[in-house]
Design a protein around this ligand. Sequence first.
Ligand code: HEM
Ligand code: HEM
Length: 183
Amino acid sequence: MSENAVSTPPRYDRVTIAFHWLTALLVTALVGTSFAWKYTPRDWGLKSLESLHISLGIILAAVLVGRLLWRAIAGRKLAAAGSTATALLSRLVHWALYGLLALQVALGFGLRWLQGEAFRFFQLFSIPSPLSPDRALALQVQELHELAAWALIIVAGGHAVAALVHRYWLKDDVLQRMLPARG
Ligand code: HEM
Ligand code: HEM
């Protein structure tokens, strides 16, 4: 589908909007759960958040696959706003975000498999591991997973600030088109 042909009305379709905000919510919860158990004293007992983190991570993996499939098959695509340079930058940032999300999911799954510990979705089912446990490699993957988390926080943070700049400084409709229509 051509991007220009679908640029009116200037709003993404409801499914794309729902996927976008669900992704943002899940990423916030994943950062929140992991930082809560990693950076608070052990005797706070927040390690139990780890299993919530893993279950939310599995949901993020499904949401990412669904989102990319929807985008490829039926999602409305709008032309990037601004000059050629800003439009290119915004595309780069969007693809960097998709890339970081996919990387983070791959590292998260790889990490759990290499740890050789239970990989449960809440108390509903377990995902069997195709890898043999390897504690040394797991530690390296864990470091990469943390590094990718910081990269995602920085890029997504910059992306959110850019959306607010569009709304309150440039006063254009870029943020509104990712918000559900009223009424
Ligand atoms: C946006 C997505 C995600 C972010 C920002 C994120 C962030 C983090 C962070 C900061 C840690 C702590 C790393 C450390 O202790 O050094 C962590 C640990 C972990 N994450 Fe994620 N994560 C994400 C997605 C996932 C996914 C999709 C999975 C897999 C389902 C996953 C599984 C794990 C596991 C198994 C650990 C290690 C738990 C342990 O300490 O044993 N994460 N994550
Ligand atoms: C972890 C958080 C977030 C992630 C991973 C994320 C990811 C993305 C991605 C991948 C796109 C490209 C959509 C596409 O064309 O396929 C996008 C678009 C967009 N996002 Fe986010 N986003 C996040 C948070 C936010 C926040 C907090 C805001 C607002 C303050 C926001 C506002 C927007 C807007 C307005 C667009 C459409 C931009 C345009 O049409 O040029 N996002 N987001």
